[in-house]
Design a protein around this ligand. Structure first.
Ligand code: FE
Length: 339
């Protein structure tokens, strides 16, 4: 079975497609810019509206999970109406590049603004926002000193008290692929088997993991920190906090939401302008402030909700190293019983 088929076989039912047209008050003369986006949060809507108003261009977008969008772009081929693809995960940036769906963009402005490790060396994609995937714990029942590494989630003290999101979540698949690339097969498999020996409760979203910790169904879990940021923005007393994992090792794993210009697009200059707009400090601040992510450019004010947990050492996902291990990661997770 090909890696694509293996991936698709594991994916949950495709989300319904939502297509929204955003019209600027100034009616643009040309055709709209079309964005396929795996980012579904309201923020994308706000940013595209702002861009439309500022530049007098219509931006239409289609939202779905990353894998179905890649499948759709592949099926549409040269006839695709899409100009830009936005992902929530570095693995999808790699998959789209491998599938020939993204065209290289050479832009001194983008190359100066976005650090080299947050963009493709050939310009197929650029980082939009950085997301940390780390340990979340109950502030009511756990002392943070009880765990400091991802491997610590395997401690028998967490037996029956560990919650994980589904092993088909692209965040988890990218996490495991990155560990396969950096730690090797044996060490990664050993850690996952020890996690599974703790009989983790498998839930369908990062938010479910956080809610389960709050409700006492679990004591510890693994989530992207912006989901905790959302909970804390709603309720500053939400009884869950992060442990910045592996600070004495490589650092806490961070993934990347990013974007690139579609190969078949005939609006490359306009698409490039939208990328430049999204990396401007005022837009980058919105990713921090509205969705509690970490900006892809420096000099942007941090999110006040997550800033209370301090800064941390990052183990940036190695896209070129982790990408070729994605299919192996998915298979390994299936083998160890991470459903
Ligand atoms: Fe997410």
């Amino acid at each position: 079975m090909s890696s694509r088929n293996a991936l698709l076989r594991h994916l949950p039912a495709l989300a319904a497609l939502v297509t929204l047209a955003i019209s600027s008050p100034v009616q643009a003369a040309g055709e709209p810019l079309v964005v396929y986006t795996a980012r579904k949060y309201q923020l994308v809507d706000t940013l595209f509206q702002e861009y439309g108003k500022e530049r007098g261009i219509d931006v239409k977008f289609v939202t779905d999970d990353g894998a179905p969008l890649i499948q759709r772009l592949t099926a549409e081929g040269a006839g695709s109406p899409a100009d830009l693809f936005i992902t929530v995960d570095a693995g999808d940036l790699w998959r789209a590049t491998q599938a020939g769906l993204l065209q290289p963009v050479r832009s001194p402005a983008l190359e100066a603004a976005i650090p080299a490790h947050l963009r493709d060396p050939e310009g197929h994609w650029f980082g939009l926002a950085v997301r940390a995937r780390t340990i979340a714990y109950s502030t009511a029942r756990v002392k943070p000193a009880e765990l400091s590494t991802y491997a610590d989630l395997a401690d028998p003290r967490w037996k029956g008290k560990l919650c994980l999101r589904s092993g088909t979540s692209e965040y988890n698949v990218s996490f495991v692929a990155d560990r396969l690339a950096k730690d090797g097969r044996a060490a990664t498999e050993a850690m996952l088997r020890r996690w599974m020996a703790n009989d983790p409760k498998i839930l369908s979203s990062d938010t479910d993991v956080l809610e389960a910790i709050k409700d006492g169904d679990c004591d510890v879990g693994l989530t992207n920190t912006y989901y905790l940021g959302r909970e804390l923005a709603d309720d500053p007393n939400f009884p869950v906090a992060p442990v910045w994992a592996d600070q004495n090792g490589r650092g806490t794993q961070v993934n990347l939401s990013g974007l690139g210009v579609i190969t078949s697009s005939d609006k490359k200059p306009e698409a490039e302008e939208l990328i430049k707009f999204l990396r401007e400090p005022s837009q980058q601040e919105l990713f921090a402030r509205n969705n509690h992510e970490y900006p892809a450019v420096s000099g942007v004010k941090p999110d006040p909700v997550m800033a209370r947990f301090g800064t941390f050492k990052r183990d940036m996902i190695d896209v070129a190293g982790a990408g070729p291990r994605l299919a192996e990661a998915l298979k390994l997770m299936d083998e160890v019983g991470w459903d």
